[in-house]
Design a protein around this ligand. Structure first.
Ligand SMILES: Nc1ncnc2c1ncn2[C@@H]1O[C@H](COP(=O)(O)OP(=O)(O)OP(=O)(O)O)[C@@H](O)[C@H]1O
Ligand SMILES: [Mg+2]
Length: 282
């Protein structure tokens, strides 16, 4: 679905590469989380996939990014957007309408969706994200989580095959953050939408995403199955990504030789492993 070869990008006027030496293949149906310290390049990476880099942000561009057969460098941002929708970090600036329904309608009209398809698309997108009851509400009256869902619904109505999200829970409390990730999981599992999400909250990533990428200084230092990536406590610590406590505990038990290759990503799994270790030892 997405192929990235030797990608390097230096923003105009900058002396160092914001993206460097990136080689990745993202398959259809993947659910990828990307994390890393501030300035690591997460936003730049997503923007290199949706075409904002190099079409809106100029600079020195090397390598190739292919999204469903389209060379991002050669394609227009609007063409790419028909396949891959983006929910940007600052959703307030992404919202263009005063009301929820109009926000969904705006994208549909821009994409020249046929008039007799519009009603069904609006209803489906709103009910898929669980906010059909908010259809007539003013956007300024919504909570952060409801706004985020509106932004996601507006993109979903365009029937994307790929969804990019940049820190979708940045402004949300823990419960709304979990709701957003549960929603992403459903969209990935039920509709096979490929999802790539930049996120600081490692607890959410460890619980929900199938593939985890850790960025530092413009490159991926780790990328793979979430559980495998989380076993690298040394590298995570080195780049300043704070592991969930159960993961740290498991990594300590492994280093001390108490457990093998397994890992727990929640308290329940940790409990099972610890019970077994104790059982085996007494
Ligand atoms: N428009 C721009 N012009 C010049 N340099 C930029 C621009 N946007 C980002 N950068 C630089 O590129 C590097 C990567 O930034 P980016 O915003 O992609 O990181 P990030 O991982 O998304 O950070 P954060 O967690 O703070 O959102 C940083 O050094 C940043 O200063
Ligand atoms: Mg960012």
């Amino acid at each position: 679905m997405i192929d990235i070869k030797n990608l390097k990008f230096i923003y105009e006027g900058s002396s160092k590469a914001a993206l460097n030496n990136i080689n990745l293949t993202i398959n259809k149906g993947d659910f990828v989380g990307i994390t890393g310290p501030s300035g690591a390049g997460k936003t730049s990476f997503l923007n290199a996939l949706n075409g904002i880099i190099p079409h809106h942000f100029k600079g020195d561009y090397y390598g190739k990014v292919i999204v469903k057969g389209m060379d991002v460098f050669e394609s227009q941002v609007t063409e790419i957007a028909k396949i891959a929708g983006t929910v940007f970090q600052d959703i307030d600036s992404q919202m263009v309408s005063g009301y929820v329904e109009d926000e969904i309608l705006y994208g549909l009209e821009n994409f020249d969706v046929l008039k007799d398809e519009i009603e069904e698309r609006i209803t489906k997108a709103l009910s898929d994200v669980g906010i059909l009851h908010l259809r007539d509400r003013e956007i300024s009256s919504l909570s952060g989580g409801q706004k985020q869902k509106t932004a996601i619904a507006a993109i979903l109505a365009l029937k994307p095959e790929v969804l990019f999200l940049d820190e979708p829970t940045g402004e949300l409390d823990p419960s709304s953050s979990r709701q957003i990730f549960s929603l992403l999981k459903e969209l990935n599992e039920n509709y096979g939408i490929t999802i790539i999400v930049a996120e600081q909250k490692i607890m959410l990533l460890s619980e929900f995403v199938k593939t985890l990428g850790i960025m530092d200084k413009g490159s991926f230092v780790l990328y793979g199955d979430t559980r495998d990536v989380l076993k690298n406590s040394d590298i995570l610590e080195e780049v300043g990504v704070k592991c969930p406590r159960v993961v740290t505990l498991m990594n300590m038990l492994r280093q001390e030789g108490f457990i093998g290759d397994e890992i727990a990503i929640n308290a329940k799994e940790a409990e099972e492993i610890i019970r077994r270790v104790i059982h085996d030892r007494v």
